[in-house]
Design a protein around this ligand. Sequence first.
Ligand code: URA
Length: 208
Amino acid sequence: MSKLHVSNHPLVLHKLTLLRDVNTEPKKFRELIREISMLLAYEATADLALEEKSVTTPLAQTKGYALKDVIGLIPVLRAGLGMVEGFWEMMPAAEVWHIGLYRDHKTFEPIRYYSKLPVAPTVQVCVILDPMLATGGTAVEAVNMLKKWGAQKIKYVGLIGAPEGIKRLQDAHPDVDIYLAAVDDHLDEHAYIVPGLGDAGDRQFGTG
Ligand code: URA
């Protein structure tokens, strides 16, 4: 069974409350997603592999470290886009590979519409970025795509998860650890997370 990490960092909880607020406008909403993503990036990367590297300070040569693996950030279009900047600030050498999945309005099942992954993986650690883990259909499909690509190590980072989506992702991909800022109550009849924050794409891009 994969690990589920739910942040209890005070800054995350404070910012998530502002993010949920129906009166938070798109500009502020985008800033908050970026900031929360930065904090989740810190938590989601605590087990990254390091290699030793010598460094020369103004006073002496000493032992230091560098990240061993190339990291791939995989935002799921379009709501995942807002999470990229926060992660990228923490790991500017990461590659960003977009994948496009939307939910069918009736079945809520994911439909692929964009993927330009190169033939073979160019990264050792993939971090899927998608703010709302609702039914889990999109998350499972995103992992399927990355595994088919040949990805060895995959993590999922979102903002809010519903119990249904978390279970579906864990059942389908027990090797993928999940990092969230909160776990909410349930899904409504439209497969929206309650209490949630509404449509994360619309709220970022002002299209609601
Ligand atoms: N996608 C969203 O943007 N919000 C939800 O609550 C569920 C899916």
